[in-house]
Every structure is written in structure tokens, then in C-alpha cells.
Design a protein around this ligand. Structure first.
Ligand SMILES: *Cc1c(COP(=O)(O)O)cnc(C)c1O
Length: 385
């Protein structure tokens, strides 16, 4: 291979900017985390126990909720919340089709039917003005998603739920610490679901999740359901499963939680820098903070690229080593596994348009100014090309 092509490749590699770089975060805190993990391994006490109880208390407190129930994942947090309300066959649950699969998947796993309501094109969260039209006598719950780290309009959603006697299960998997009119999400509905999947703002070393609740009876039910519906041991009054968070993940979360506000502030700074770098650029729409969103935690920085050029820019960024992604390329009502729900193209035009026009740029806390400038410069170059 000629020398110049080797050096060219080295140069390109050096300029790579990943969508997410978790190794940097780990390197910064590994000395805090690893000794306690070694200690836990020496004890061989992995299932529930004091570390799980402590992280439940601490994260509930962080989210201004009365109770936390550590579970296996955000997906299971959604499922066990619906199970705790005995939602199942014959019931309907309202959510948006522009979210990660798990939101609707959990509804189906209970035997209930997801009923979709389109998103608001500015915030990408459920369009609250369309919820009431989707309510039927079978509707039991609403699952608003706080997409990309921004609160949905919870006041409007809670008012509708109260009027119609519905339960609200917040999908706060992307939004730990986000606030709606000064109050933290996840503690506003009957249930709040968190994910500790590594790419979330607070990630563990694998899969993990939590359900938040304010009602004591609901919290007790969640804890029984996540442990095979068993209380006391080998006596099963409810049909649960193994949805337990383990002590190793709890320990990781306990060590990471004190850093979360700094990481969130860095994400917010990155978003503000991008806003400034993209100001006045034609052909893109920047993320907008809603009036009620008093703390956007910026899990993703998602731009909208108009004029059908999203895929060109997506490919162009990948070609120059910039990590980016589309959340989500196929709205849920058009997914093959949901064909039996009977939806088709055109049913949720804003979700379909968002799937074609949005692009998420790197926003992880450790991103440097130089990297942000380069991402913005490449996007602008590709827009003009
Ligand atoms: C990540 C995510 C989930 C699922 O969480 P897991 O921990 O990966 O199971 C659910 N809903 C939304 C909106 C998410 O972003």
C-alpha cells in the first residue's frame, strides 16, 4: 500500500467522531467503581439486597418520586407497570408511534392493544390535542414518551387521564431528571419508567431499569410482580416474573448517580453550542424546547432536514467518520409485527414525516468544542452541496 494512502487513512481515523463514546466516561470513573464491584463479587450477593434497595431510594429521590422498584430493563419497567394495573386482553393503551419499539411492545405483551396518537411535529412528543379522540370505553392507560430527554406536556395528559379515569405510565427511559413545569418526569403519572441501557443519560454496565411510583400499594405490587408475584417465599398471589435489577448494576448506578447532573449539564452545553453553530442555517430545523419543558436533559440532539435530503446528509456524515443515527426510521404503526393492528401509511403523517427527516448528532457529555465545530461544519457543507 502506498504511504500516502496509509497516512490518509490514519488521518481519517483520527478525525472520527462517534455518536456516543462510553469509554471516556468509564475511564474517568473506573477507580470509583471497580473496587466496589470487586467487593460485591467477593460477597457473591448478587440478587436484590441492600445495594438494590439503596439505589431505589436514591433514584426515586432524584426523580422526586416516593418509591423506586429496580427492574431488568426499561422495557420490563413498562411491562410490569401495565401488569400492576392488570391491563390485558380487551384493553387499549394509548401511546405515540414515534418512539422505541418497547413502548408499544410492552402493551402487546400484556395482551392489550396499542392505540396510536400522532406526535406534535415540533417536540416529537404525543400531540395532546389528539388524545381524546382516541379514547374508547376500552382505554385503560396512556403512555406518554418523553422523547430525546424532553418532557411531554404532562399537565394536559394528566387532566385528560383524570377526566376519563385512565392510568398514566410515563416512558421516561430517555429523560431521567427532565422536568415539566418544574417537576421531574417519571413521578407525575401513576408509574414512571426509567432505562439504564448504556446509551441513556444514566447507563449501567448492561441492562437495567426502574419503575417509579408515588402510591404505596402500587409500589408494593411492583416489587411482588418483579419477583414472580411471590410474597412470602414460594407463595404466589399474582403471576409475575423475574424482572429483578441485580446488585452489580445497582452498585454501578450508585457510583454514577452523583455525576449525572454534571453529565446532563455537559449535554445541555453541547446542545446550546450546536444551536449557536447552526443559527440561521437554511434547510434544517433545530430542536425546540417547549414552554412547559423546564429541564430538557438532551439524551439526543435531533435536527430535522427538510427537502428530502436527510439520507444524503446521513450518508455524507458517515463517509467522513461522524457518527449519527435516525431515531426512528420506521414509525411503529408501519412495523411488520404490528400489521394486525390495521394501520397503514398516511395514518400518522407527522410521525411518518419525522421518520424521513430527523437525524441525531453526537451529544455525549465528553464531546469537545472542536468536535462540535467539525460536526456542524460538515452538516453545513453537506446542506450546501
Ligand atoms: C431505551 C428505551 C426503552 C427501553 O429500555 P431498555 O432498557 O432498552 O429495555 C423504552 N422506551 C424508550 C423511549 C427508550 O428510549
Amino acid at each position: 500500500m502506498p504511504t500516502n494512502s496509509v497516512s490518509l487513512r490514519t488521518k481519517t481515523t483520527m478525525m472520527q467522531i462517534p455518536l456516543l463514546d462510553l469509554k471516556q466516561q468509564f475511564e474517568a470513573i473506573q477507580d470509583e467503581i471497580m473496587p466496589s464491584l470487586a467487593k460485591l463479587c467477593a460477597s457473591q450477593q448478587f440478587i436484590l439486597g441492600p445495594k438494590v434497595e439503596e439505589v431505589e431510594r436514591r433514584i426515586a429521590e432524584y426523580c422526586q418520586a416516593a418509591y423506586g422498584c429496580g427492574v431488568t430493563s426499561g422495557s420490563d419497567a413498562l411491562l410490569v407497570s401495565l401488569m400492576a394495573e392488570q391491563i390485558g386482553a380487551g384493553d387499549e393503551v394509548i401511546t405515540s408511534p414515534y418512539t422505541f419499539f418497547a413502548t408499544a411492545g410492552a402493551i402487546c405483551r400484556t395482551g392489550a392493544k396499542p392505540v396510536f396518537v400522532d406526535i406534535d411535529p415540533v417536540t416529537y412528543n404525543i400531540d395532546v390535542t389528539q388524545i381524546e379522540a382516541a379514547i374508547t370505553p376500552k382505554t385503560r392507560a396512556i403512555i406518554p414518551v418523553h422523547l430525546y430527554g424532553q418532557a411531554a406536556d404532562m399537565d394536559a395528559i394528566l387532566a385528560i387521564a383524570q377526566k376519563h379515569g385512565l392510568v398514566v405510565v410515563e416512558d421516561a427511559c430517555q429523560a431521567i431528571g427532565a422536568e415539566c413545569r418544574g417537576r421531574r418526569v417519571g413521578a407525575l403519572g401513576e408509574y414512571g419508567c426509567l432505562s439504564f441501557f448504556p446509551s441513556k443519560n444514566l447507563g449501567c454496565f448492561g441492562d437495567g431499569g426502574m419503575v417509579l411510583a408515588n402510591d404505596e400499594k402500587r409500589a408494593a405490587r411492583l416489587k411482588i410482580l418483579r419477583n414472580h408475584g411471590m410474597a412470602p417465599q414460594y407463595h404466589h398471589h399474582l403471576i409475575g416474573s423475574n424482572f429483578r435489577l441485580d446488585a452489580l448494576q445497582a452498585e454501578v448506578l450508585l457510583k454514577k448517580l452523583p455525576h449525572l447532573d454534571d453529565w446532563t449539564a455537559a449535554r445541555q452545553k453541547n446542545a446550546a453550542d450546536y444551536d449557536r453553530l447552526f443559527a440561521g442555517v437554511d434547510g434544517i430545523a433545530l430542536p425546540v424546547e417547549a414552554a412547559w419543558s423546564t429541564r430538557h436533559v438532551r439524551n439526543q440532539y435531533v435536527i430535522r432536514i427538510v427537502n428530502g435530503r436527510r439520507d444524503v446528509i446521513w450518508e455524507g456524515l458517515k463517509a467522513v467518520g461522524i457518527g449519527c443515527a435516525v431515531y426512528y426510521p420506521v414509525p411503529l404503526h408501519l412495523q411488520e409485527c404490528f400489521t394486525s393492528l390495521g394501520y397503514g401509511p398516511g395514518d400518522f403523517p407527522e410521525s411518518e414525516r419525522a421518520a424521513l427527516e430527523t437525524l441525531a448528532l453526537p451529544i455525549f457529555p465528553e464531546l469537545t468544542m472542536e468536535q462540535k465545530e467539525r460536526v456542524a461544519a460538515e452538516v453545513i457543507r453537506l446542506l450546501k452541496a
